[in-house]
Design a protein around this ligand. Sequence first.
Ligand code: ADP
Ligand code: MG
Length: 305
Amino acid sequence: FVRYSVHLLYLKKFGQNEVLKGIDLSLKSNEILSILGSSGSGKSTLLRCIAKLENSQYDELRCGSNVGFMFQNYALFPHLSVYDNIAFALNKLSKKEADDKINELLAKFGIQGLKDKKPDQISGGQAQRVAFARAIAAGAKLLLLDEPFSNLDQGLKQALRVELKEMIQKEGLSAIVVTHDIDDAYYLSDKIALIDGGKILDIGTPNKLFYSVKDEKSAQMLGGLNYINSDLTSQDKFFDWIKSRNNIFAYSEIYMGGEFEANVISKSFIGLFYKIELEYKGIRFYTLWPSCLEISNSVKFGFYN
Ligand code: ADP
Ligand code: MG
């Protein structure tokens, strides 16, 4: 199988501003890697460096020769038709070859009927298919995507995530997706890398990253994790467990019923679950319990080992 990798010590400066430092990433063929980070953390710059749209210093950059790029909000050319948007990626082919390829792509993605439409005349889902067709038209094997779903409402986002993942898998591509949205990362990825201040903090499968989280910063980025920042010296079974988890554990690891007794500090109805803040011997933490249950002010709890 093919393996793509990016290794760099210092990579990218804008003037004195070191935007990227310490990047070490790799993915296998047919893998989707998400890079999750807040605004300004260097995600777009990293993607542009990988695509060689930006000059950078690196030790190693192995991405094959054919890289496709899907830009933020798809970035279709507003004045060009769907057909011409895709044709734009095929300017090295003869007119006839390009026409055959475009028609093949339009058919494959079920958008033949849209070929003369302009981007503002098609839906978000259709725009995604056009952008995808344009990105892979020249035969890309590695696809780079910059915040594909920013500015979309939640319902549409979810449908588009599913469709995007299917298209990537069906085409046998590898992909690197950058996003600030943890749900994009969870739904799309085989692996997630956390980026902060131009550095990769951690990388792993979603499950491993979440349940073996390294530090408070990573925990904040992933959400759904408690970080206990208080003295846990007193002799206590629950405290011992927390210490064994480096003071970080997930909301999901606390179950209802069990040998410990806690006060309910707050309780928010969030649909399927209550997000509940508990207090036990001076420490506070959250858990999620099914919202169909009755929750009193004092509850019993346990932890999964
Ligand atoms: P993200 O995509 O994670 O929001 P960016 O990669 O766009 O972050 O930006 C990372 C940092 O690099 C920011 O501090 C931004 O101001 C800076 N930066 C990005 N592009 C340029 C540029 N062309 N010139 C100067 N600074 C830039
Ligand atoms: Mg960006």
